[in-house]
Design a protein around this ligand. Structure first.
Ligand code: SF4
Ligand code: SF4
Length: 89
């Protein structure tokens, strides 16, 4: 199923993405960098640790992985044919 976005015109997500981002709780210090960098609002802080709220509108930009100072975020691409798609390619 395809989900379109009101927040990001021209963008859609194809279901079946799965959990392609994971947080290592042992490494996470709760600094909230990932919360602040993610335009899709995928993260929240719960009990001083990062938690993934949803990846439904993840744009696969990998900014969360890049900005985490503790190397606590594991990022891999979702399976082919699923996830983020835009009209620009
Ligand atoms: S950026 Fe890394 S260390 Fe900071 S809250 Fe997110 S996962 Fe935890
Ligand atoms: S890859 Fe980008 S859009 Fe997806 S959770 Fe990380 S920062 Fe947010």
């Amino acid at each position: 199923m395809v989900k379109t976005s009101e927040k990001f015109p021209g963008v859609e997500w194809i279901e079946g993405t799965g959990e392609f981002i994971k947080i290592d709780e042992d490494k996470c210090t709760g600094c909230a960098n990932c919360v602040n960098v993610c335009l899709a609002g995928c993260f929240e802080i719960v009990d001083k640790k990062a938690n993934i709220k949803t990846l439904e509108e993840c744009m696969e930009c990998a900014s969360c992985w890049y900005i985490c100072p503790e190397d606590a975020i594991q990022f891999s691409w979702p399976p082919g044919g699923t996830g983020y798609k835009s009209e620009w390619g």
